[in-house]
Design a protein around this ligand. Sequence first.
Ligand code: FMN
Length: 194
Amino acid sequence: MKKPAPSYETPEVRETAELIRGRRTIDLYLQTPVPGELVRDAIETAIWAPNHHVTEPWRFYLLGEEAKTRCLDLCYDIVSATKGEEKAAFKRRSWSEKPGWLVVTCERSDDELRQREDYGACCAAVQNLLLYLWKVGLGSKWTTGPITRDDRFAEIVGFDPAQAFVVGLIWFGYAKVTPEQSRRPLAEVLETLP
Ligand SMILES: Cc1cc2nc3c(=O)[nH]c(=O)nc-3n(C[C@H](O)[C@H](O)[C@H](O)COP(=O)(O)O)c2cc1C
């Protein structure tokens, strides 16, 4: 039987919960272009994430066609060096179908606690971003594959890897397929102390 709605629930609360629960990581996209203004609005909203000491440690890099092509070439080089040319060509083709490319970086810090908290803040900003995109009908995928840790990627994107590191390469666009997902039941992840 479905759980009865809690007394505090309003349509807005339900809608917010459905937005958070319904967002899915999207792998396959339509080739419909995404308005640039929409992505800029999403980023402007995303940076209202909590960040300790208001360090605002994030930077966003929206890639154009030239930068994307350079990333595809780098992807090919990285994969062909380890897995061969056939796999590299396959990956390059599949990556070439990701419509939007956004790189999110976090400022480096020598202070371990600050680094951890800054990374946490950047992750919160990314989640804000993904939820905003989902609300306006856009799917996305947060990725952290080997390319994102390669100095050649930093060079293409235009940041100094000694000063910042990649939190995620975010692909976005209109979803072609929305997969199913599940989560563990609450009882498995929540301890309530007396
Ligand atoms: C920090 C981080 C890194 C991720 N990196 C990858 C990745 O490299 N490749 C990938 O397929 N998915 C990646 N994901 C997405 C997860 O695989 C995805 O969130 C998970 O499968 C749950 O699916 P959902 O987002 O639809 O709930 C990453 C997610 C996070 C938070």
